[in-house]
Design a protein around this ligand. Structure first.
Ligand code: ADP
Ligand code: MG
Length: 240
């Protein structure tokens, strides 16, 4: 579904992603862990075409991600992104936030898009909040609206960039529960997270990124429990 081949990304003279290769199969959940500044967000932004990259190739569902190509809008609708800070439209209700993409980007009929948005909000446990504005919702509820919005585009994969890092601790669980249910339903997901419990229980594979280098990858039982690389060992020792 998603494949990276020797990807390199620089900001000016500074190379921040060095020769990264990995692939994600349909229905797979891959968690990316690593220290702050290691390039996790940049990598996700390259995958859905929000950033250009200078070397290698990223392929999503058979299509090369090339920010200059006309197909880039296609890639962006196929790969949805959920951000740390929700990024909802503040002057639109939960329902309008979810229906916006299908109506204006996918040109779906308005009534159909609104009906689907209602269903999606129910699916994330917010059926009673469809007319609420973001400011009337808790952080956990806002992030669940953001997940419903991502689902509304019927993506092939969803990228999550630290989706629970901005939440009060008591709200983290409700968002992880929604993500877990998506994983159970077979959604292809790439999740940047510091939630090691989630990674351990839900991820098929864990990738450790450090200084823009993909240092180690494997099933959580290996990478998290028996890391081979000293840099992975050191990182896990510091966060656990
Ligand atoms: P992470 O998400 O793992 O914390 P980032 O992908 O945000 O890491 O950043 C990786 C590196 O790229 C850091 O050194 C950061 O300073 C740099 N960087 C990120 N975005 C930009 C940008 N727009 N311009 C210049 N440097 C950037
Ligand atoms: Mg980041």
């Amino acid at each position: 579904m998603v494949a990276l081949h020797n990807v390199r990304k620089s900001f000016g003279p500074l190379e921040v992603i060095h020769d990264v290769s990995f692939s994600v199969e349909k229905g797979e959940v891959v968690c990316i862990i690593g220290p702050s500044g290691s390039g996790k967000s940049t990598l996700l932004r390259c995958i859905n075409g929000l950033e250009t990259y200078q070397g290698g190739e990223i392929v999503v569902h058979g299509e090369r991600v090339d920010t200059k190509a006309r197909s880039i809008r296609q890639v962006r609708t196929r790969v949805a992104m959920v951000f740390q800070r929700f990024n909802l439209f503040p002057h639109r209700t939960a329902l309008e936030n979810v229906a916006e993409g299908p109506i204006f980007v996918k040109k779906e009929p308005r009534e159909q898009a609104l009906a689907q948005a209602r269903q999606l909000l129910e699916r994330v446990g917010l059926g009673a909040k469809i007319d609420a504005y973001p400011a009337q919702l808790s952080g956990g509820q806002q992030q669940r609206v953001a997940i419903a919005r991502a689902l509304g585009m019927r993506p092939d994969a969803i990228l999550f960039d630290e989706p629970t890092s901005a939440l009060d601790p008591e709200l983290v669980g409700e968002v992880l529960a929604v993500m877990r249910s998506l994983a159970d339903e077979g959604m292809t997901m790439i999740v940047v997270t510091h939630e090691m419990g989630f990674a351990r229980e839900v991820a098929d594979r864990v990738l450790f990124l450090d200084g823009g280098v993909l240092v180690e990858q494997g099933p959580p039982s290996e990478v998290l429990s028996r890391p081979q690389n000293p840099r992975t060992q050191d990182f896990l020792r510091r966060i656990l």
